[in-house]
Design a protein around this ligand. Sequence first.
Ligand code: ASP
Ligand code: MG
Length: 464
Amino acid sequence: MKFGGSSLANAARIKNAARTVERFSKDNRIVVVASAINDVTDKLVEIGDLAQKGRIVQARARLLRLESFHLKTARAVLGRTTSKELVDIVDGLNHELERTVEGIAHLRELTPRSRDYLLSFGERFSSPIVAQGLRNLGLRARAYTGADAGITTDENFGEAKPLTEVSYHQIRRHLEPSLARKEIPTVTGFIAATVDGTITTLGRGGSDYTASLLGAALNVDEIWIWTDVDGLMTADPRIVKDAVLLSTVSFAEALELSYFGAKMMHPRALQPAAVRKIPVRIKNSSRPSRDGTLVSAGETKDNEKVVKAVSIIRSIGIVTVSGTGMMGSPGVAARVFQTMGSHRINVMMISQGSSEATISLVVARRDVETAVRTLQLALLGQGSVDKVVAEKDACIIAVVGSGMKGTPGVAARIFSAVAQKNVNVRMVAQGSSEYNVSFVVSEAQGPEAVRAIHDEFHLGKPRS
Ligand code: ASP
Ligand code: MG
């Protein structure tokens, strides 16, 4: 069971999470994975940036608030329990965190490696606090860091990749005896370590990935992701009033939805579970009796539906590279993507017309300016490319469903539904998985397009 930051936002939520574990621990053996409390990771990012810029006064002020927040939360979880251990742990971490921030400020340097070390504090605070919450209920919980639990990664700080075979072996060696002793291992999400013990992180949102790795290593029956919503929906309920919960989706659909969905999920999170065909359940920590969404390797119940969900990604922009000389001239696309890659700009969607006179890319809106500037520098004045332009008022609409594969006419239905609402489509792409069709419209027309598709494929509540 993995608890996300919002499910651990304060002492009351942490106690609620502990009660949930207790409730299911009667019939199951459970490993708990804890994210950092609420938005603590974001706060650590901020503190690190301030310290690196030498703004030590502001960094210290934020640090003090974070320190007292964790201390207060730990005390509130402890309640009348007299154990000094947790307070000592939190004090110790606070002290270590202070020295880390002072060090960054002193050197004015924050490398990917020291950043991972800094970000690791979020989960290192939360997991002993959660373990205490479990102990208060009489459960035998024991806090582990990702490294203690056996997760070993390469040295790609910031987005480290687990060494699967070694990790699986070690996870079993460390956690199986603990489970056999009827303990509930309470593991930090997101963080791990290299072979020589240096702390790494698995990338933002990485706690889901931790849960999936531990689940695969221990070959568990199910992996449960506790969050603050009921599960995956057919559309954003703020846009579509009759949006409904998806009871079952396949791994492939979940992957498309997590990429295109409003919730940030780690891109590799589902992979270890998918490989071992371990079902993943997404559940609401405020309403634990609800079923949530089941991500399963088997056939899904709603298989007769070609389209399952439609989502929107805002805050994007289109960058278009054009030039009559691009026709039949190889290497332009390679230069374009190389340029994006070397500036660490993520390309979310690509299209090239068969006239070959333009290539369009969708990138996050905050990257548009850099994308245009670097593409101009790399491509203009060399014969084939005449122009690099951008359009910032745009959003992506992604239509997802594995039933679309091999079903003719789905694209026609999507685009005529959108056309009937007078929504202008600026760019289209279909992945060759055929599990999604995505297109770009103006930001203002996005919600209308989502509703049109939701209606067209009858994704909502049945009308009475
Ligand atoms: N705390 C980390 C983050 O905010 C990992 C996670 O929450 O999954 O990115
Ligand atoms: Mg988080």
